[in-house]
Design a protein around this ligand. Structure first.
Ligand SMILES: C[S@@+](CC[C@H](N)C(=O)[O-])C[C@H]1O[C@@H](n2cnc3c(N)ncnc32)[C@H](O)[C@@H]1O
Length: 294
């Protein structure tokens, strides 16, 4: 089985800094004194989201590159409209052997991967699991893609590539041309597009779900998450609708447990995305589902 509980050498930052994330004063008072002091120190050190993000990805040592030309702080709009004419044309398929040193390795695709964190979630995975797989980040905001690629180059990583693409449109053009097996697709905290009339702008549409299911290799996995219950339910309904080939992971592996509503209790990846860090700091629940193709 292509399990996602990846065996990273470093202990996952999410557990290293776990004490920073629950802000309830009543539970704080219940802690033993040394732990209270430690936790208070944690709070003063990292209770702002940007600091937490820095800590999560600290071992990438990317901070020195901030502010280098235009690759530091990039001005971006809150949301883009993926249905506008500039985003609906499928992108050109890259020469895979030019973007990955070994294009036959199993592939992970992260859809909507950048935000302001510059793809550090995927870069972290690529750095810590360098030989075992390739990582493709699909992102609709080109400026952010350029910054992420700059960092990939600076780190000298040859197993990760960020691409400007509207994943809803281009996943089907791109992924079947990749020479190796597709073993994992992640869609983590996608843009919510709250208004009902804007739901058609959400990245997860039936065509994307069908393409993911079709291209995933047997045993391949899909991981979804959102801190917005309505978005999580929407993604869940769409992937649950493919129960003919996708089984939820807790039905296959007793190590994965869910709450009463069927959401995973733990982060199965061991590293959090930037949006996940911000949301957890605000006390939000992260709704997670993980499927395996059978
Ligand atoms: C809320 S951010 C989440 C980023 C990251 N996954 C995280 O959890 O921190 C959503 C990202 O998806 C990108 N995005 C939105 N629609 C997209 C689409 N159709 N194709 C590719 N990327 C998209 C946005 O530009 C943004 O960077």
């Amino acid at each position: 089985m292509l399990g996602l509980r990846w065996n990273c050498s470093a202990s996952p930052p999410s557990s290293r800094f776990a004490l920073c994330f629950t802000k309830s004063s009543s539970s704080f008072a219940l802690l033993p004194a040394p732990l209270r002091a430690f936790r208070a120190a944690c709070w003063s050190q990292c209770s702002r989201s940007p600091n937490l993000v820095e800590l999560e990805y600290a071992d990438l040592n990317l901070k020195d590159f901030y502010g280098a030309g235009c690759v530091g702080h990039v001005r971006i709009r809150q949301h883009v409209n993926p249905l506008s004419s500039s985003f609906v044309a499928p992108v050109k398929v890259p020469e895979w052997k030019q973007v990955f040193s070994n294009p036959s390795l199993p592939l992970m695709v992260d859809i909507g991967c950048v935000l302001t964190g510059s793809g550090r979630f995927l870069i972290w995975l690529a750095k810590h699991l360098p030989e075992s797989r390739n990582y493709l980040g699909l992102e609709i905001r080109n400026k952010l893609v350029q910054r992420s690629q700059f960092w990939v180059k600076e780190l000298g990583l040859k197993n990760i590539y960020f691409m400007f693409a509207n994943a809803t449109i281009s996943f089907e053009q791109l992924v079947p041309t990749y020479p190796g097996p597709l073993i994992l697709v992640s869609i983590l905290c996608p843009d919510p597009h709250f208004k009902k009339r804007h739901h058609k702008r959400r990245v997860v549409q039936k065509s994307l779900v069908d393409s993911v299911v079709k291209n995933l290799s047997l045993g391949g996995q899909v991981i979804l998450q959102s801190d917005v219950p309505d978005v999580a339910l929407d993604m869940r309904d769409q992937f649950d609708a493919r129960a003919d080939v996708l089984k939820h992971i807790d039905a296959l592996d007793a190590n994965f447990t869910c709450d009463a509503q069927g959401w995973l209790l733990e982060n199965p990846i061991g590293i959090r995305t930037e949006r996940e860090i911000h949301a957890e700091l605000e006390g939000a629940k992260i709704y997670k589902r993980m499927y395996q193709k059978v």
